[in-house]
Design a protein around this ligand. Structure first.
Ligand code: NAD
Length: 351
């Protein structure tokens, strides 16, 4: 497994590997860029087939965080961590403590938050060993409701606002009666489904686990489909809310939706897929722009600002997307490339 010449290495400042034999923890922390501030990004636990797959994931995710924070105007850099293992079967408290030690060893260059497979209580365990764990407590939620530190409600609200703006821009309509296919009904996908249902959208949902599907059927009158069927549905919007690379050579041919707007990180298997979507006349909401709500939430909690300030920041995601769509159209560029240009101007400025 190579690191410096890895296809996703792309000027990472620091990549660290850690194996704690006692707890069985095998983890990687990747710090992409710290020009704007310390790197902040979630910790993901996933049953990667091998360490090479885990490295590719963490490098792509941490780079995405540099773009995400810069685009959301946060004084933070990009970083991410991954733990190799099945969170449903292999996670232990000792492993989380060892992960805390690992984060601490970077001396604040990387601040960890949650991602897929890691909960607020896991972060609390890590924080027993590290001063650099975010998202363990929150003073408020964006809507004034009680908060537990989980940023998923903010992420889902930001995705909802971004999806609404994308539908208004691309389909010239509001959400009432618009059909949306959601891939992945986890922390964010389920909450997004609730916002969309309340706005009058018709929902199609899928997940690889049945946990939330039946509830979505009952609560939101959603139509449940299999994971393979979700791409080819005759819907207005496709919302990828599972893991990365949902948009690839195989799925692009199947997608009938005119708008893609969802929570997942790294939705495009490769950057060139942004051009392929443009060629098909599909409006793509760049993932790190639309899903920035979680990091925006953590940033506001750390700054000690108000629920109102957080909510306004989240609602600004719609206008940021509009600006990208307008500029991309003027330049004849795919939306992902236009977004990259804007973000790079911000975080490479000092480089
Ligand atoms: P989650 O683990 O709670 O939910 C993901 C869901 O997707 C799970 O229910 C899982 O079973 C399902 N899934 C996995 N593979 C699938 C497949 N092939 N087909 C259908 N369903 C599948 O994670 P989450 O916190 O909801 O995050 C979802 C995505 O959004 C991730 O890509 C994450 O990186 C990204 N994201 C999350 C946040 C946040 O605040 N939680 C912030 C920004 C980005």
């Amino acid at each position: 497994m190579s690191v410096f010449d890895h296809a996703a290495y792309d000027k990472h400042e620091h990549v660290a590997f850690y194996h704690d034999v006692k707890s069985g923890l095998k983890a990687i922390i990747a710090v992409h860029n710290t020009n704007l501030g310390p790197s902040l990004g979630g910790c993901r636990m996933w049953p990667y087939a091998n360490s090479s797959e885990a490295l590719t994931d963490v490098l792509r995710l941490s780079k995405g965080m540099s773009y995400k924070s810069a685009m959301a105007n946060l004084k933070l850099g990009g970083g991410k961590s991954v733990i190799i293992g099945d969170p449903r079967k292999e996670k232990t408290a000792d492993m989380m403590l060892a992960m805390g030690d690992f984060v601490q060893s970077l001396g604040g260059k990387y601040i960890s938050a949650e991602d897929s497979g890691i909960s607020v209580s896991d972060l609390k365990t890590m924080s027993q060993r590290s001063d650099y764990i975010a998202g363990t407590q929150a003073a408020y939620r964006y809507d004034g409701g009680p908060a537990d530190g989980n940023p998923a409600p903010s992420t889902a609200y930001g995705v909802f606002m971004g999806l609404k703006a994308s539908v208004a821009y691309g389909l010239k309509t509001d959400l009432n009666g618009v059909s949306v296919a959601i891939q992945g009904l986890g922390h964010v996908g389920y909450r997004l489904a609730e916002h969309l249902h309340n706005a009058g959208a018709k929902l199609y949902v899928t997940d690889i686990y049945p946990d939330n599907l039946e509830q979505a059927k009952q609560q939101f009158n959603a139509t449940v489909v299999s994971p393979d069927e979700i791409f080819a549905l005759d819907v207005d919007v496709f919302a990828p809310c599972a893991l990365g690379s949902a948009i690839n050579d195989q799925t692009i041919d199947q997608i009938k939706a005119r708008v893609i707007a969802g929570a997942a990180n790294n939705q495009l298997a490769e950057e060139r897929h942004g051009q392929a979507l443009k060629d098909k006349g599909i409006l793509y909401a760049p993932d790190y722009v639309i899903n920035a709500g979680g990091v925006i939430d953590i940033y506001h909690q750390r700054q000690g600002s108000s629920a109102q300030a957080l909510r306004e920041h989240l609602e600004g995601i719609g206008e940021t997307l509009n600006e990208i769509y307008r500029k991309a159209e003027q330049q004849g560029l795919p939306t992902n490339i236009e977004a990259n240009k804007i973000a790079e101007q911000r975080f490479l400025m000092k480089g």
